[in-house]
Design a protein around this ligand. Structure first.
Ligand code: 2IT
Length: 446
């Protein structure tokens, strides 16, 4: 396998799909060496098959807004890879959603899910519907219209969607309500991230952020460092940022920044229970701005138009969107003394940013390892649904701990270099790839 040949072919077939091509390139570069040691992979054309989704559903979603106007959006579900289990992955509602974005996410999801230790294939879905400023009734009508098209292609043992950017517990509730009406199926395992009264798992709302911090703890311990007393900059203020801020604070770090599309909140005194609770309120307001945080808490300052990476910190945690931390941001962080960066968002760093961190020799770990606790806990939700029981928060949290420890160990196994530096990008990509490739090989040419 030659990365340049495969990439040239993909660029020809999928021109302009920049996020998708970026995600594939990163994985192929990581695995090239190992892959070429396995002629059986080459013979079975594993890479050529793995980089294309199994299938893509594209559909029109028409709904009526509060003014009685008819609106039309595009909806998608990308079933990427089913080698190790039923399709699994979130649904993203964001105005910039397009096939490239969802293909990159579905591709990443395949390897991430393989890392979780649980039997889940990879998928992603979503719509270019923009939730910002929409009323609750509009959100409900959109979710219902979206499910009207999707219901026949998902199921507890075929494809299990969940939340992502713009889709949280409320949206999952509205989608499930419509699903059961259309499908006449009452198995709540068809979606994860559900409410606690109808099959949701304790700790699922916290899991992405908590899992990320468990991973960071292992990474730091391995490097002889501790998070206690560290200054942590977080981008975003949604569910993932909230979970990360909560756990970082609990572990003794000071969360000195959160941010939004409008700018960054400098928060030198860190978080407390009231501030963390307010993050949830901010998100629920659907306005997509972070500035009100600084109006409510006078010890914090809002700096318009700036990113979280402009604040001096020890640890940088992108928790918002892909490519939100670029090469210039990475250079600014390094100049300010940052010694650890971990992607909590999917592909939060550009390739230039990753190279900058790695060349400087600081700790860096990729999203598909760091944020895998979210989908892992979705897997645990599926297990509870299938067993018709629910576990205590402590039980789920201890399983999440174990999973994040396993993911960290897998990254070290495949990513440790001779000079002692651990290339977590390479480690995560190879570990995920080997599992999916082996499964594909054993299942023949399909
Ligand atoms: O990117 C992700 O891993 C998610 N949005 C969570 C997916 C899931 O199925 O819980």
């Amino acid at each position: 396998m030659k990365v340049s040949t495969i990439m040239a072919d993909l660029e020809r077939k999928h021109p302009g799909e920049s996020e998708y091509l970026q995600a594939v390139q990163e994985v192929l570069e990581s695995i090239e060496e190992v892959y070429n040691l396995h002629p059986e992979f080459e013979k079975a054309k594993i890479v050529e098959r793995m980089v294309e989704p199994d299938r893509i559903f594209t559909f029109r979603v028409t709904w009526v807004d509060d003014n009685g106007e008819i609106q039309t959006n595009l909806g998608y579900r990308i079933q990427f890879n089913s080698a190790i289990g039923p399709y699994k992955g979130g649904i993203r509602f964001h105005k910039a959603v397009n096939p490239s974005m969802l293909k990159f996410l579905g591709f990443e999801q395949t390897f991430k899910n393989a890392l979780t230790t649980l039997p889940m294939g990879g998928a992603k879905g979503g719509s270019d519907f923009d939730p910002v400023g929409k009323s609750d009734a509009e959100i409900m009508r959109f979710c219902q219209a979206f499910m009207w098209e999707l219901w026949n292609n998902i199921g507890p043992d075929t494809d299990v969607p969940a939340g992502d950017v713009g889709v949280g517990g409320r949206e999952i509730g509205y989608m499930y309500g419509m699903y059961k009406k259309l499908a006449r199926q009452y198995n709540t395992g068809v979606l994860t991230g559900k409410g606690m009264t109808w099959g949701g798992s304790l700790i699922r709302p916290e899991a992405t952020g908590f899992g990320a911090l468990y991973f960071v703890e292992h990474m730091l311990a391995k490097a002889g460092k501790s998070i206690k007393g560290a200054k942590v900059a977080i981008s975003g203020f949604g569910n993932v940022a909230w979970g990360a801020a909560t756990k970082a604070t609990e572990l003794g770090a000071t969360v000195i920044a959160i941010s939004g599309p409008d700018g960054v909140v400098y928060n030198p005194e860190g978080m407390n229970a009231e501030k963390l609770a307010y993050m949830l309120e901010l998100r629920a307001s659907n306005r997509n701005i972070v500035a009100p945080f600084a109006e409510k808490f006078p010890d914090a300052t809002f700096i318009p138009g700036k990113k979280a990476w402009s604040i001096k910190c020890d640890i940088a945690l992108p928790c918002a969107f892909q490519n939100e931390l670029n090469g210039d941001d990475a250079a600014e962080l390094l100049a300010n003394g940052t010694w650890c960066a971990a992607e909590v968002s999917n592909m939060g760093c550009t390739p230039e940013a990753i190279a900058t961190f790695q060349n400087a020799g600081i700790l860096f770990a990729p999203g598909k390892a760091v944020n895998a606790g979210g989908v892992a806990t979705s897997g645990l939700e599926m297990t509870q649904n299938a067993m018709h029981i629910s576990w205590s928060a402590a039980e789920v949290d201890s399983k999440l701990h174990y999973i994040m420890e396993s993911i960290h160990a897998a990254c070290v196994k495949y990513g440790a270099q001779e000079d002692g530096y651990i290339n977590y990008v390479k480690g995560a990509n190879i570990a995920g790839f080997m599992k999916v490739a082996q499964a594909m090989l054993e299942q023949g040419i399909v």
